[in-house]
Structure formats: C-alpha cells, structure tokens
Design a protein around this ligand. Structure first.
Ligand code: ME8
Length: 654
C-alpha cells in the first residue's frame, strides 16, 4: 500500500478574488502534492472557499448582490484561477455545501452535549474584517476614542457585542496542548513561529465564543435558531468534512490525520495552533502531523489590499508576461510559480516585484535553462543530424552533480525548505553550462573527435532531462515542453522522482525535436506602445560639430551583452588578445581586441562586456574575429564597457 499524503490550504474568504498572496499558499501546496505523487504516494489535496463569513455578506450587500449568487460567482472565480495556475487539487470544498453544514452542526451538537460547548454571556468586541472576537483589554482605542482591531495588519473599527452566546472551552486544553507540542517537535513550523504559539498558550487560553446572533447568514446552531455558528468554528471543520468525516468513515480514516496543513502567519497562532488542535482533542481525533505558517507577501513594498488596488491578479500577470515574452501563457504561469518558490526563504515575508520576475525569467529561465537546452539541441542537430549520440562508456561526467542536486532537492522538499528546491536544480543547470563551455564540443567536432563531442552533448542533455523531471512539480508545463524537445516519449509527470537523480537514462538514438525556445526572453518593448507624450518646449541644445547619424543608422548596429569565456595572448602581436565569448548563441564566438596593453588575459574570463554582434567577421593575424567589443578611452587609459547590473549573455543593448 502506498503512503498517503493529505495536504490542505486554508479555505479562502470569497469577499475578493485570489491575489498573489493566497496563490502562494495554493501553489506551494500544489508543488508538494505533485512532488508526493511523483514519489508514488497516494495524495489528497484539499482547498476551497470560506463562504459563511459576515464580511462576505457585507461585500455582497455593498454590491447590491444576492449573497448566494455572489458567493457562487466568487467560488467559481477561485476555481478558474486555480485551474489557470495548474493547481491539481483533489477536492474544492465550499462551506455552503450541505454535507459540510451537516458535519458542522453534528460536531457542534456533540461538543455541547459533552460539555465542551456551554452557554454564557459574551461581553467584548467583534472585528468583521478579521472575523475575530477581541476582549475589552485587547482592543486599541484611537485618538477619537474609537475601538480598533488590535491585529496590526487590520486595525479597523470593531463592533461592541454584549449578548448571551455559546462558548468553546478552550481554556481546558492549554496544558494538553503544551504537552503535545513539547512531545511533537515537528508539529508546528517554522520554529520561530512555534515559539510564538508557546508564548500565546503560556499567557493563558480564554474560552472562545462560537456563535453570533443570527443575522440571516451562516450555519444555524442546532436546536437554537437564534444563533449562527462562528465562522472559524465552521471553517476549520472543512479539513474533516472535506474527506468524509461522519459521512464516509472509510475515506476519512484513509486520509486523517493530514500530513501538512499550510497557511500564512495571520491565521497560524490563534486559529490553527490553538483553537483547531483543541477542537480535535475534544473530538478525540489525532492532530495533523504538521502545521506550517509561512510569511506574508507585499507587492512592491506595500501591503496587498483591495483598497490599494495592488492585489495582483495572477492570471493577468501571466497574460502580460506571455505577451512580453511570446511564450505560452502556461509557461508564464510556470515562471510565476518558480519565482514564488525561489524569491524568498520559505517561512519569511517577501516583496513581490515584477522587475524581479522579469530578471529571473530572462536570466535563470531563458538563459541558464532555456539556452542550455537550445544550444545543445542545435549542436546535436548540426553534428549528429538531430539523433542523440551514444556516449562513451564510463563517461557520465555530470552524474555526481545530478545525484547530489537530487538529494538536496528531495531533502529541501521533505523539510519544507521550498526555496532550496529550485536552487538545488540550478546547481545542475550551472554545472551543465560550465561543462559545455569548458568541453567545447564544437572544437571537438572540428578536431574530428566525434565520440567525445557526442558524449559531451549527450551528458548535457541527460542533465537537462534530470532537471525536467525534478522541476516538474514546480513548472509542469515547461518540464513537459523540455521533455518533448528532448524527443522523449510519454509524460514527464509520470516519471518516478528517483529517476531525476540518476544519470544516463536518456536513450541514445532518440531523435530530438528542437523547437521554439521554451522561455523566449521577455522584451518589455513588446508592450503596446504608450500614447505619445504631449509636446514639450524644446530647450536650445549646445551645437555639437559631429557628423550626425539617424536613428535608422543606429538601429542597424546590434549591440549585445557578452560574457568572456577565455582570453589569451596572440604570439607576436603585443597589442592583441584572442578571446572566446558567450553571446547567448549555441556556440561561443571568437573575438580579437586590441586591449593587451590594458588587460592581462587572466583578468578577463567571467566579465560581461558589450559587443557589436552584427559586425562582418574579419581575419586578424590568421584568427577570425566575430564581432567587436566596446571600450572607452581617455588619456591613454582603456576601460571595457559592460552592463551596470547583472544581465545574461545575449541581452540586447538599446
Ligand atoms: O483567513 N501573503 O481566509 P483568507 C501570503 N477563511 N499569503 C497570503 C497573503 C499574503 N499577503 N494574503 C493571504 C481566511 N494569504 C480564512 C481561513 S481556514 C479554515 C479559514 C493566504 O481569505 C495565506 O495562506 O483571509 C493566509 O493564511 C490566507 O491566504 C488567508 O486567507
């Protein structure tokens, strides 16, 4: 019997459509679900929507909408977004479903019967945007004496509540909870948040109000129609009702307890690490294996909020990216999934910047990964008619790096260091790029060493195969596209995870299918042209007595960023250096430059320079020079020109 793996996201409020924040949680869970499927485990991935909240009702009313129509539409919106982001959930639960409502009412009745829920008087505050009860001593009064929500992320005015209500005896579970957390060190993560929980419990847990006076929205309390059940009591139960609690016991016992329950820090301490485990203890159910509270994203430094209008719609973002790159929108989605994982240390807060997405797309995806694949495939096309050569025996040069990266990626995913997972894969990609540059198969071919040339190309593509399998949980569409360009049969998603750690699994003799680059570089200039700016008064310019070139003259010159790979002196030519440069093409170019009096050859490899890429080749001292580099000169001093920031070879200079 395969291991089971049950993973949950929070169920999201339907007062607004998904943004990059809740996409993050869902993407992370999807990556983990896909990874565990690749391990051969039986996976159940639950997500859904939290629909019985007062704030949902308020938004529907503000919009003049029938609340049920509104939540139907919003839930469909969430499902659409998850589909467009490639989310492979097994069930999408909605808390308005009758099965869920029945389970919530049964649990409420049972806990009331056994004395864990009792009636008392609630005197305090309620914050609708946060859907949280706050005691008098907790709320903050502003200068005008208005009581506000003490949650720093919220801070909005709270409502005074003074009424008879039902309470859950949370205070009775503090000691048991503390003992459980101490006995199960992996129960809550990351560790620094676990400490927050321990402090919260140590301060003393108060009983939680679990009803509100009925207002026409929410699940009615069983046997007491004056009340509706508090939305958090109702929502947390989705993790049980979603797998058949009280309706399909076989299914329920197959999946419960969950292996991972994921959320952000906002709902970690109070709701998921105290209230939820205490509810489970009251129901005599085992606790989930791990609760993980990741960090919060901001967008360009600002809190993501509807009112600021900065709630990035992931689908719009993918569409914009696809337009600028020319890639398929699903590939753009993969790039967003990649960025979300790679950009921040998992567990910490992060800032979502479009610029970072563009940079990572062009450098890490288009250049490091995409270009490695393209150039190697085109060499196989050129030297071996597109048929994968058979490598020499005992020549799996990249096997150690493939194996080590696979171990690191596996450990990173098992230990929920999700940012370390893409980094591990990039050690193979970087090693593949270095390998092909150092081994220079084009020289091996020129020298007639076809066997070695074929071995190098085979090993490089075999490394890309391993990366495609390992990257599949994170970038499923791109991984499949790479798989197909390698000429491989079947679906990459069906490959066992362990095959990403072994070298030599690419079948020699396969006809590769080089095609369009999987990640065509993003060119921000592909954006629709902005409206012309209003005419500005022209200031008089100093006259420069130089021959002027037209913009069309200038456009004929293609300037590109290049990286110097090697540099060496030319015998009997004191001023010249011979270099090989990577200009983002399949093969490096050779270039001769008169800089030997200003630079030592050993200073140059690794430097980024700017070259004229479309200069007619010339033979200088018997060596072909395919381009010209740019350098500035003053007072006899010569300095090479290069980009000010990190840009990959091939980037165009405008
Ligand atoms: O709290 N950065 O729903 P919710 C990272 N219905 N993650 C973010 C984020 C951000 N800026 N904003 C939201 C609720 N999230 C309840 C949950 S579960 C039984 C009930 C993600 O719509 C993150 O996972 O407010 C956070 O915990 C969740 O969305 C809150 O979603």
């Amino acid at each position: 019997m395969p291991n089971t793996f049950y993973i949950t996201t929070p169920i999201y409020y339907v007062n607004a459509l998904p943004h990059i924040g809740n996409c993050y949680t869902t993407v992370v869970c999807d990556v983990l679900a896909r990874y565990h499927r690749a391990l051969g485990e039986d996976v159940f991935f639950l997500t859904g929507t939290d629909e019985n909240a007062t704030k949902v009702l308020e938004v529907a009313r503000e919009l003049g909408r029938d609340p049920m129509d509104f939540v139907d539409e919003m839930a469909a919106g969430f499902q659409r977004t998850w589909k467009s982001l490639g989310i492979t959930y097994d069930r999408f639960i909605r808390t308005s479903e009758i099965d869920h409502i029945n389970v919530v009412q049964s649990i409420f009745a049972r806990l009331r019967d056994q004395g864990d829920i009792y009636k008392g008087v609630y005197e305090g505050y309620y914050c609708v945007p946060d859907e949280t009860f706050w005691a008098d001593a907790q709320v903050v009064k502003d200068e005008d004496g208005i009581a506000r929500c003490p949650n720093a992320e919220c801070g909005r005015p709270v409502t005074r509540v003074s009424e008879e209500n039902y309470f859950f005896k949370l205070s009775a579970y503090g000691d048991r909870l503390m003992a459980y957390v101490e006995a199960h060190p992996d129960f809550m993560a990351p560790a620094f948040r676990k400490n927050e929980v321990l402090r919260f419990i140590e301060e003393g847990l108060r009983d939680v109000c679990v009803t509100r006076k009925a207002g026409g929205w929410g699940i009615p309390a069983p046997g007491d129609p004056d009340y509706v059940i508090y939305v958090w009591f109702d929502a947390l139960i989705n993790y049980l009702s979603g797998i058949g609690y009280l309706s399909d016991e076989a299914n329920f016992s197959k999946w419960w307890p969950a292996q991972v329950q994921m959320m952000a820090k906002d709902i970690f301490v109070r709701f998921h690490c105290t209230f939820w485990p205490a509810m489970l203890m009251a129901l005599d159910l085992p606790l989930p294996e791990r609760l993980f509270g990741h960090g919060f994203w901001t967008a360009d430094g600002e809190k993501i909020s509807k009112s600021k209008g900065n709630a990035i719609d992931p689908y719009d973002l993918a569409t914009e990216l696809a337009t600028q790159s020319g890639c398929h929108p699903d590939i753009a989605v993969d790039a967003i999934r990649y960025l979300l994982l790679r950009e921040i240390q998992f567990g910490q807060d992060g800032d979502f910047r479009r610029q970072s997405l563009v940079t990572r797309f062009n450098t890490e995806l288009a250049n490091d990964l995409g270009n490695l694949l393209n150039r190697t495939l085109s060499l196989v096309g050129k030297f071996f008619d597109g048929v994968l050569p058979t490598p020499e025996s005992d020549s799996a040069d990249l096997a150690p790096v493939i194996c080590e990266a696979h171990n690191s990626a596996t450990t990173a995913l098992n230990e929920m260091r999700l940012h370390d997972y893409p980094s591990a894969l990039w050690t193979v990609i970087d090693a593949g790029n270095k390998y092909i540059n150092n081994e220079a198969p084009w020289n091996l071919h020129k020298a007639g060493n076809l066997e070695r040339c074929g071995t190098v190309l085979y090993n490089t593509l075999d490394a890309v195969r391993a990366v495609a399998i390992a990257a599949c949980p994170m970038m499923p569409t791109a991984a499949q596209a790479i798989w197909e360009q390698l000429g491989l049969e079947g679906r990459v998603v069906d490959q066992p995870w362990e095959s990403a750690g072994r070298a030599g699994l690419l079948p020699p003799g396969t006809t590769v299918k080089a095609g369009q680059p999987v990640f065509p570089r993003i060119d921000p200039n592909r954006k629709p042209a902005p409206a012309p700016a209003p005419a500005q008064p022209v200031e008089a310019k100093p006259v420069v007595e130089e021959e002027l070139v037209t913009i069309d003259d200038f456009k004929r010159i293609h300037l590109k960023v290049a990286r110097i790979l090697t540099a060496e002196p030319i015998p009997k030519a004191n001023k010249l250096l011979k270099m090989t440069i990577d200009i983002g093409e399949a093969e490096p170019r050779s270039l001769i430059a008169g800089i030997a009096e200003h630079y030592k050859p050993e200073e140059l490899p690794g430097r980024s320079i700017i070259v004229i890429a479309n200069l007619q080749p010339a033979v200088i001292r018997g060596v072909q020079s395919q381009g010209m580099l740019l350098a500035a000169e003053a007072d006899g001093k010569v300095i090479l020109l290069g980009p000010q920031g990190d840009l990959p070879p091939g980037a165009s200079v405008r």
